[in-house]
Design a binder for this molecule. Structure first.
Ligand SMILES: Cc1cc2nc3c(=O)[nH]c(=O)nc-3n(C[C@H](O)[C@H](O)[C@H](O)COP(=O)(O)OP(=O)(O)OC[C@H]3O[C@@H](n4cnc5c(N)ncnc54)[C@H](O)[C@@H]3O)c2cc1C
Length: 376
């Protein structure tokens, strides 16, 4: 019998399995799809806790702790698997195209700094010296030096390889339901029958609120928020920094792709790439870097961010003993992967993870609320 079942093989489920397996726990990961797809494949991989400018101190502290853990986390994965997940610490450039935008950026600089950002206001010449691809007539930029990115698709592959190397089992199942009595979890039921486990972790991303068999008292209200993206082929090393224009961003990858993201649309479990979405992204990209116009669009895609009711993920125990959740990471699930995995593993193995207290599922009005109208 496995000690722990994890439902969902995105970055959150895989990293949790990885941490548990390193501690000697026998883990089985269930997914109805290929591992390391869904939002974990679709994301942009920015590790940008300061640029998100969250007013939530607890979420900021968790995000900063995760950013600090990233170098050790990816080094460990590289040693085990040989996969370099391309952690790059080139910072974030918030670009202003006019004086009004520059004044607005200057106004948020203190907030970014107070949150821990290593911040500088740059004049046009300084921005273009660093990023010659950007618009020649931009007004300036707010630069956050201590932000980073990771190639989340490589990270998914690395975690999968590391899990396999540690003996984690993977089960592909079309359907899965939690089995529990009124007090504690018993295991899961799949088309292959019942499988017993004392601990089941729901890491089902945007679908976590709709997991079958979960008693009403333990449901988490996760909802999907779609994000569309595209990629443009650029000469490698043409750009270095993450570049933000308002809520749109450019992410230069080592492989020569420049990611352009992302729309934020509430329309259920709909992962179509729309004309309006592409128009919106290209509009922003060409405003900030007109020279992109002559390069090829090589990929378009969309994914579902798992959103919670208050912007914080749901992490830890539920009223059903042995049934844990690790979901609702919304826009920052890649950033929050190392800290989530470490804390959930500690909770399971050591019985305590104090850093998870602000993210307890029970914060929803003192009890959990049912997810509304979720279909997959
Ligand atoms: C466009 C976009 C850009 C983003 N950019 C960033 C970024 O720059 N930085 C950042 O930190 N975050 C970013 N995010 C957010 C981040 O991608 C997510 O928060 C994170 O990937 C969530 O991981 P997850 O493992 O919880 O969910 P997912 O990766 O969605 O994985 C959930 C898994 O559960 C499986 N599953 C669900 N239900 C069931 C079921 N009933 N039975 C079996 N399997 C099931 C699914 O098949 C899937 O494999 C972005 C997201 C999007 C969409």
């Amino acid at each position: 019998m496995a000690d722990v079942f994890v439902v969902g093989a995105g970055l959150i489920g895989l990293s949790t399995a990885y941490e548990l397996a390193q501690r000697g726990v026998a883990v089985t990961v269930y997914d109805r799809d290929e591992p390391a797809q869904a939002a974990s494949w679709a994301g942009a991989g920015m590790l940008a806790p300061f640029s998100e400018a969250t007013p939530d101190r607890e979420l900021l502290a968790l995000s900063r702790a995760s950013l600090e853990r990233y170098p050790g986390f990816v080094d460990g994965l590289r040693e085990r698997t040989g996969v370099d997940v391309r952690l790059r610490r080139d910072g974030t450039m918030h670009v202003a195209l006019g004086e009004a935008q520059l004044a607005a950026l200057a106004a948020v600089a203190d907030t970014f700094r107070a949150n821990g950002g290593d911040v500088a206001l740059l004049e046009r010449g300084e921005v273009l010296a660093r990023e010659p691809f950007l618009a020649k007539d931009l007004a300036g930029a707010l630069y956050v030096a201590n932000e980073a990115q990771v190639d989340n698709r490589r990270l998914g592959r690395a975690l999968l390889a590391a899990c396999r190397g540690l003996g984690v089992r993977f089960e592909r199942v079309d359907e899965i339901a939690l089995e529990s009595d009124a007090r504690r979890v018993r295991g899961v039921r799949t088309p292959y029958g019942f499988a017993a486990a004392p601990v089941v972790v729901n890491a089902a991303g945007a679908w976590a609120g709709a997991l079958d068999g979960v008693p009403e008292s333990a449901r988490i209200p996760v909802r999907p928020v779609a994000g569309e993206m595209l990629a443009i082929a650029l000469p490698p090393a043409a750009m270095r920094s993450l570049v933000w224009l308002g809520h749109r961003y450019l992410v230069p990858r080592d492989d020569g792709r420049l990611l352009v993201g992302a729309t934020v649309v509430e329309r259920g479990f709909d992962v179509r790439v729309t004309a309006a979405g592409m128009h919106d992204l290209l509009d922003a990209a060409l405003a900030v870097a007109p020279a992109l116009a002559s390069f090829a669009v090589v990929e378009t895609w969309a994914g579902l961010r798992p959103a919670s009711h208050d912007g914080r993920p749901y992490l830890g125990a539920t009223p059903i003993e042995g049934y844990l959740v690790a979901a609702g990471h919304y826009r920052n699930g890649i950033l929050l992967t190392p800290v989530t995995a470490r804390a959930i593993a500690a909770l399971i193995v050591d019985g305590a993870a104090p850093e998870l207290a602000p993210f307890a599922c029970a914060r929803v009005g003192g009890r959990l609320v049912p997810a509304a109208n979720h279909t997959s």
